[in-house]
Structures are given as structure tokens and as C-alpha cells.
Design a protein around this ligand. Structure first.
Ligand SMILES: [Zn+2]
Length: 255
């Protein structure tokens, strides 16, 4: 006898939630992108509202925390105020939470091309694809934003945590239309509700109905922050330049 996929799906929905939730997650680690000395991106002065990514991500994260707590989740945040938290520290917090947790990192985009707009969700591991898909679908459905899709990308926060991890880019601060939306508290509330509903759907249904993606092996992402890397390179260059200056007896304009 051949049972249709749709029938199986509806039978699945009839199962009591307590049965479905046995292996599901109970803790959500919310990661508001950037903070402290790291402002993240910004809208630039030409935009209708001057917005800083680190402030938007914290506001959306706080709203999301409220929504998730109402749904009964245990919520932890990597930062609750304007402070710098190293990416590796964020990964360390995620990896200390045990199996029944997920990580949702919140960001906003900024680009010099002000026409670009839309929402996208990044993931890396196969175990995060269902979560990324449900969150992305929910965000697009509730906001009506342009769907930039679910994208597989090896970022420190999608690759290095051992728990399912996704990173959401909730719109472009540099696009005049999305800039006005992101500046509005009610829109940020809508984003938070959409994120919470996507997360809750993944808890209820797991990856059921989500097409599988293969696991791709890759080494851990670089364990130092990019800006430090650049700093070291610059310092090295400056030292080399000073050596040359000392040899030639000249002084550079770049000191
Ligand atoms: Zn960011």
C-alpha cells in the first residue's frame, strides 16, 4: 500500500506534542550581532534614519527573547547590553549548552548599493538547514520582504558551534525602504515574532517535510577575529617599513 506524503504529514501533526518534542531543543541561544567597539554595519548618513547594526540587533534580540519565553523556551543571550563579545566567546557559550539547544544570530545588512534589499538566513551544517528554512520562510511571510533565500556559508557562527546554528540578516539598513522599516519599533517586533514562530515550528516539527542536504566536512573556521588579522599584517608592514627607512636614512609619510 502506498501512503501519500500529504497523508503522512497530517498523521504526523496528530501526534501529541509531548511525543514529538522528545529529542527537540528547549534552549535558544540568541546572539545579537556585534556590540561595544564593534558597531557592525551602519545605514550611512544619507539614509532616512541613521541606524547602527549593533543597536538594531540588540533590540530585535530582546524582543525575540520575550516572545520565546512566552512560548516556554529557556532563553540565553550572548550579550544583553552594548558590549563587545568575541566571536570565539560566542561559539564557546554555544558549545557549553549541551545538545538540546540551538543558536540564532541576528544581523542587519549594509551595502554601498542602496538598491539592494531583502532577508536571508545562513547555515552551514546539515542539522541547521531545517531551522534556517523555517525561520527564513516565516520572516518572508510575515514581513513581505524580498526572499534572498537560505544560504550555505561557512561563517564562524555557522561552522564552529556543535549545536544547530543559523545567522539571519534581517534586512538592509542602507536601502531607503527597509531603513524606514527597521527604524520602526513595530516592524522590529514583527521581525521578532516571525523569528520566534520559525523557531517554534522547528521545535514542533523537527526537520519533517524539509528536504535533506548532505553534511559537508570542513575544518573549523579561523579562530581569530578578522580585524586582529589585518592589524597584525599592518604592524608587520610598518615594522618592515621602519627597517627600510633606517637603512636608507629616510622617513615615511605613513608613520
Ligand atoms: Zn553583522
Amino acid at each position: 500500500m502506498k501512503i501519500s506524503k500529504t497523508l503522512l504529514f497530517y498523521l504526523f501533526l496528530l501526534l501529541p506534542t509531548s511525543l514529538l518534542a522528545i529529542d527537540s531543543f528547549t534552549t535558544v541561544l540568541i546572539d545579537p550581532g556585534h556590540g561595544g567597539i564593534d558597531n557592525g554595519g551602519s545605514s550611512g548618513r544619507k539614509a532616512p534614519h541613521y541606524l547602527m547594526e549593533k543597536e538594531l540587533t540588540l533590540d530585535i534580540a530582546r524582543r525575540l527573547a520575550n516572545e520565546l519565553r512566552k512560548m516556554g523556551f529557556r532563553v540565553i543571550m550572548t550579550r544583553t547590553d552594548d558590549r563587545f563579545v568575541d566571536l570565539d566567546e560566542r561559539v564557546r557559550i554555544a558549545n557549553g549548552l549541551g545538545k538540546r539547544a540551538i543558536l540564532v544570530s541576528i544581523h542587519c545588512d549594509s551595502l554601498s548599493n542602496r538598491k539592494l534589499r531583502g532577508i536571508k538566513t545562513y547555515f552551514w551544517h546539515a542539522n541547521s538547514y531545517g531551522l534556517a528554512t523555517r525561520i527564513q520562510r516565516s520572516l518572508v511571510k510575515m514581513t513581505g520582504a524580498k526572499d534572498l533565500g537560505v544560504i550555505r556559508r561557512r561563517l564562524r557562527l555557522t561552522r564552529n558551534p556543535t549545536i544547530p546554528s543559523v545567522l539571519c540578516e534581517c534586512g538592509f539598513m542602507t536601502n531607503p525602504f527597509e531603513n524606514k522599516l527597521l527604524a520602526s519599533p513595530s516592524y522590529r517586533q514583527t521581525l521578532a515574532i516571525a523569528l520566534a514562530q520559525g523557531i517554534n515550528e522547528e521545535k514542533r516539527l523537527g526537520d519533517f517535510g524539509i528536504s535533506p542536504v548532505p553534511e559537508i566536512w570542513a575544518p573549523l573556521s579561523r579562530p581569530t577575529d578578522a580585524h586582529r588579522h589585518v592589524y597584525h599584517k599592518k604592524t608587520k608592514k610598518r615594522k618592515q617599513l621602519k627597517k627600510i627607512e633606517a637603512l636608507l636614512g629616510t622617513k615615511s609619510f605613513h608613520s
